[in-house]
Design a protein around this ligand. Structure first.
Ligand code: UDX
Ligand code: UDX
Ligand code: ADP
Length: 480
């Protein structure tokens, strides 16, 4: 029986290993983490992450061939294949601060593997890391190996949150990078055999180590670039009277471009896009490619611009001040169907409005008040350091209240900002909401999910990203 151990029970490690366990009953899978509360949650009925379909998969395998444990060393020692899926935050100080990946957690995991191993192992890079990390890890392992042989593979994960289980069941591709030596090829084949339990052979791509590492950064950079491209167009649409939804549709009909990932929004968020692009920028700079670095940096600049533009639109529409005005924030997660708030555009939008002294009433169906308060008080780039490594900040933002209902959030509010595209926001009773709000009542739709015409008939002043502006908004131009 093959034994797999995954270090890091997070958004990637947890769901990925659960699906491997489900699809490969003959393999024993242990997911380990140094965080006791996280492992306890994985062993309870209340899993630490919200992901549609995940509960079901975990229930089927947990205790059978899927185990969650804090006994990191034991499971690593027993495993044939060790996946490493620990966090790789952006460095906050020292060389490359604000751009380069902080590989502290990775390095300590690698040293621990070398320390406890008593048999040969395949070590698989699962978290996104800078190109050539595998080489560095290989050095740590071989210089500390005591004669044990390690093969390093890069097997980047392409799942998206909210659809993780479906993405894992039916991946567009599985990518495995390894050394082009007989031992390397053998390791690649061993990992291929795991995925071959459910993924068609022709969808399992094999490359050298560096191509696999770079492909992950490139894929995320391309995806983010599409969003920044359509968001840049959204600003031009508002200025010219074009409708970004119509433009996206027409552009996406070109089969060379394709229809997906062209929704204008208040900005992209999530744990990967910004971090991976910053990483890419840093690697380009280190390799003497400033023009390439600048090209990719622009994707982030447009994303920041889009978030600022949204805040400015809110403030300028409301007579250039939101001081002491109640603003309802609907949605805080970085996208629907997840409770994850890492790099969510809601953080920057809320901080922008708080800077103008607004009073925020926030509702998200999956995000707790504790998380929101932490996000609004945390420093940039601190989000990816696990909580048990961070001093808990006792500060709370007094201008913020969190409620468990959209009607409560919008009661007596001057304006509503929709920041996550939760399905339930599409079917709200907006007449009831309007009747309970201050007038004029504003809706700022950062996800283009409401029917603006219907809301205007009720009496709202409506701003939708990239759509022709109301007369009111035209009279109050936002300064970007
Ligand atoms: C992303 C990649 O899609 C995935 O392949 C990779 O493994 C990890 O990073 P994720 O961040 O979970 O996944 O979600 P994704 O669906 O890519 O959305 C990222 C952000 O872009 C969200 O804030 C989303 O709202 C935004 N987005 C997405 C848009 O603004 N417009 C779009 O058209 C699509
Ligand atoms: C383009 C658009 O494709 C077409 O829809 C529009 O109506 C006119 O502009 P065209 O310029 O004739 O058409 O050719 P196209 O095939 O788009 O190639 C443009 C340039 O891009 C060429 O120099 C081509 O060699 C280059 N190219 C194209 C690449 O370098 N790499 C690619 O992957 C594709
Ligand atoms: P991702 O979204 O990439 O899955 P997460 O931050 O959700 O990232 O998960 C990373 C997990 O890795 C965290 O739960 C953290 O506690 C864990 N971790 C970090 N370093 C180690 C380590 N040395 N040993 C075990 N677990 C670790």
């Amino acid at each position: 029986m093959v034994k797999i151990c995954c270090i890091g029970a997070g958004y990637v490690g947890g769901p990925t290993m659960a699906v491997i366990a489900l699809k490969c009953p003959s393999i024993e899978v242990a997911v380990v983490d140094i965080s006791v509360p996280r492992i306890n949650a994985w062993n309870s009925d209340q899993l630490p992450i919200y992901e549609p379909g995940l509960d079901d998969v975990v229930k089927q395998c947990r205790g059978r061939n899927l185990f969650f444990s804090t006994d990191v060393e034991k499971h690593v020692r027993e495993a044939d294949i060790v996946f490493v899926s620990v966090n790789t935050p952006t460095k906050t100080r020292g060389l490359g601060a604000g751009k380069a990946a902080d590989l502290t957690y990775w390095e300590s995991a690698a040293r621990m593997i070398a320390d406890v191993s008593k048999s040969d192992k395949i070590v698989v890079e699962k978290s996104t890391v800078p190109v050539k990390t595998a080489e560095a890890i290989e050095k740590i392992l071989t210089h500390n190996s005591k004669g044990i042989k390690f093969q390093i593979l890069s097997n980047p994960e392409f799942l998206a949150e909210g659809t993780a289980i479906q993405d894992l069941f039916n991946p567009d591709r599985v990518l495995i990078g390894g050394r082009e030596t007989p031992e390397g090829n053998k390791a690649v084949q061993a990992l291929k055999d795991v995925y071959a339990h459910w993924v068609p052979e022709d969808q399992i791509l094999t490359t050298n180590l560096w191509s696999a590492e770079l492909s992950k950064l490139a894929a995320n950079a391309f995806l983010a670039q599409r969003i920044s491209s359509v968001n840049a167009m959204s600003a031009l649409c508002e200025a010219t009277g074009a409708d970004v939804t119509q433009v996206s549709y027409a552009v996406g009909k070109d089969t060379r471009i394709g229809p997906k990932f062209l929704n204008a929004s208040v900005g992209f968020g999530g744990s990967c896009f910004q971090k991976d692009i910053l990483n890419l920028v840093y690697i380009c700079e280190c390799n003497g490619l400033p023009e390439v670095a600048e090209y990719w940096r622009q994707v982030i600049k447009i994303n920041d611009y889009q978030k600022n533009r949204f805040v400015n639109r809110v403030v300028s529409s409301m007579f250039n001040t939101v001081s002491n005005k109640k603003i309802a924030i609907l949605g805080f997660a970085f996208k629907k169907d997840t409770g994850d708030t890492r790099e969510t555009p809601a953080i920057d939008v809320c901080k922008g409005l708080l800077g103008d002294k607004a009073l925020l009433s926030i509702y998200d169906p999956q995000v707790t008040e504790d998380q929101i308060q932490r996000d609004l008080t945390m420093n940039k780039f601190d989000w990816d350091h696990p909580l048990h490594f961070q001093p808990m900040s006792p500060t709370t933002v007094k201008q913020v209240t969190c409620v468990w209902d959209a009607y409560e959030a919008t009661k007596d509010a001057h304006g509503i900002c929709i920041l996550t595209e939760w399905d339930e926001f599409k079917t709200l009773d907006f007449k009831r909401i309007y009747d309970n709000m201050q007038k004029p009542a504003f809706v700022f739709d950062g996800r283009n999910i409401v029917n603006a015409e219907q809301l205007r008939e009720i009496g709202f002043i409506v701003y939708s990203i990239g759509k022709p502006l109301d007369a009111w908004l035209k009279d109050m131009p936002a300064v970007a």
